[in-house]
Design a protein around this ligand. Structure first.
Ligand code: UD1
Ligand code: CA
Length: 458
């Protein structure tokens, strides 16, 4: 198969989506739709790639920079329909000798296998002039219908708004993607008109035009959920659901146990090892890697974190970007960690904030420990040596270092470095008055009974 050029249509009005940001830049599983498509298309190593965008569309440079292969952006001046959008790419593709694979930016779930199948169908005998991706949908409201002739060959595509009741009963719907020879397509596009319900130039008219020239057109059937077009926020939520299903299935296929898979949310890039157990209601933001045998307990929120093998996180833990949890380390409930390394075997089991810090091997962080990393202007670091013990409710005022094997007494506010193996305590002295409590209660009782003085209850 010679290398095809890729065209992604990402201009247009997004009327039903109601957003200041183009719908194709909205994320699903933490990544803009457009980048999902580009990532899938990367498997085809396209000869070149063009994205058709609207004038003044923000956020595209970032997408282009993250594309797995170089992309060129071309502007469609006005949203006059999908055929007009392809025409906008003509200048960038005219000299391309071979096929175009045209994708719609708002159909981000199309899989590489379907893209490849479309291009492969183009080399069949007799060679179809164009091949489209069809899906069987029970209730394909909004989707174009693939109308076949008596021999079952694709004859034309009728857009939903233009279709009659009989045509709408056709279950075979147009998913959007199309494979077609570049030069042939640009020859046909001039003949596409806009005398239809939307008053737009439809790319889908190309099928009927090719047939009128006596050529055949083909259909490759895809899976219904990959065809999902995102035209509204409700469809965005459905696309998210489909993608989450795929990501959960992938984690489980890789040997992870998900106790309640439907309540776990992954990011497109989450990496989960083998024999990892993930409890209910766990949410992964982007940039998380979980090593083999780690346990992530319920209700944890994790992003930008590396969790090594055998570590335990949660329940109710929050790991923010820059967190590294070493092998067999433990992060317990209501512990927040940010930009900090918790080395192997270290523990912060309850109610703590560890930010801009290193917690050495096997160190123990008591309940309620806070690294005071921010003074309102600057962020500073806390270093805790291997095997150190930080007593409960300690405030470590950064920049500060607690040496290896040191002990910090509970309730201390540590502002100066603690040498290795030292015992540091910073709190006022405790006084206990013998029988003081008894005397206190007696005094209160006398006050309550005194005539002339009203007790609170009286
Ligand atoms: C389109 C198809 C329909 C198919 C459906 C699948 C046409 C005429 N219809 O309908 O057969 O079932 O997708 O999801 O193609 N765009 C531009 N410029 C424009 C108009 C659109 O770049 O002037 C882009 C949009 O960003 C979008 C894609 O093309 O990503 C499809 O456009 P949209 O208006 O959403 O078409 P549908 O009505 O969904
Ligand atoms: Ca659409």
């Amino acid at each position: 198969m010679s290398q095809a050029a890729l065209v992604i249509l990402a201009a247009g009005k997004s009327t039903r989506f109601k957003s200041r940001t183009s719908k194709v830049l909205h994320p699903i599983a933490g990544r803009p739709m457009l980048l999902h498509l580009l990532a899938s298309a990367a498997a085809l190593t396209p000869a070149r790639a063009v994205i058709v965008v609207s004038p003044g569309m923000d956020g595209l440079d970032e997408v282009a920079a993250q594309s797995p292969f170089p992309v060129r952006l071309v502007v469609q001046e006005e949203p006059r329909g999908t055929a007009d959008a392809v025409l906008a790419a003509k200048g960038a593709l005219e000299d391309h000798d071979g096929d175009l694979l045209i994708l719609y930016g708002d159909a981000p779930l199309i899989e590489a296998a379907s893209m490849r199948a479309l291009l492969e169908a183009r080399v069949g005998e007799p060679k179809p002039a164009c091949v489209v991706l069809g899906v069987g949908l029970e209730d394909g409201v909004g989707y174009g219908r693939l109308i076949c002739d008596a021999q079952g060959r694709l004859d034309r595509i009728v857009e939903y708004l233009d279709a009659g009741a009989e045509e709408r009963r056709t279950a075979l719907c147009n998913a959007g993607p199309m494979a077609i020879d570049a030069r042939f397509l640009f020859g046909l596009l001039d003949e596409v008109g806009s005398d239809n319900a939307k008053g737009e130039f439809y790319l889908t008219d190309v099928v009927g035009l090719a047939r009128r020239r006596g050529l055949t057109c083909g259909v490759v059937e895809g899976r219904p959920e990959e065809a999902l077009g995102v035209n509204s926020r409700a469809e965005l939520a459905r696309a998210e659901a489909v993608l989450q299903e795929r990501l959960r299935a992938k984690a489980m296929a890789g040997g992870a146990t998900l106790i309640d898979p439907w309540s776990v949310y992954f990011s497109f890039d989450t990496v989960i090892g083998q024999d990892v157990t993930i409890g209910p209601q766990v949410i992964f933001g982007s940039g998380v890697v979980v090593g083999d045998g780690a346990t992530i307990r319920a209700f944890s929120h994790i992003e930008g974190a590396e969790i090594a093998e055998g570590a335990s996180v949660g329940p109710f833990a929050r790991l923010r970007p820059g967190t590294v949890v070493g092998a067999n380390a433990r992060i317990g409930n209501f512990v927040e960690v940010k930009n900090a390394t918790i080395e192997a075997g270290a523990k912060a089991n309850h109610l703590a904030y560890i930010g801009d810090a290193r917690v050495g091997r096997g160190a123990n962080i008591g309940a309620g420990t806070i690294t005071c990393n921010y003074d309102g202007v600057r962020k500073s670091r806390t270093e805790i040596g291997a095997g150190a013990f930080i007593g409960s409710n300690t405030a470590l005022v950064a920049p500060v270092t607690v040496g290896e094997g040191a002990i910090v007494g509970a309730g201390s506010v540590i502002t100066e470095d603690v040498p290795a193996d030292a015992l540091a305590v910073e709190r006022s002295e405790q006084r206990s008055a013998p029988e003081g409590a008894t005397r206190f209660r007696q005094r209160r009782a006398r006050e309550a009974g005194e005539p002339g003085k009203r007790s609170k209850k009286g």
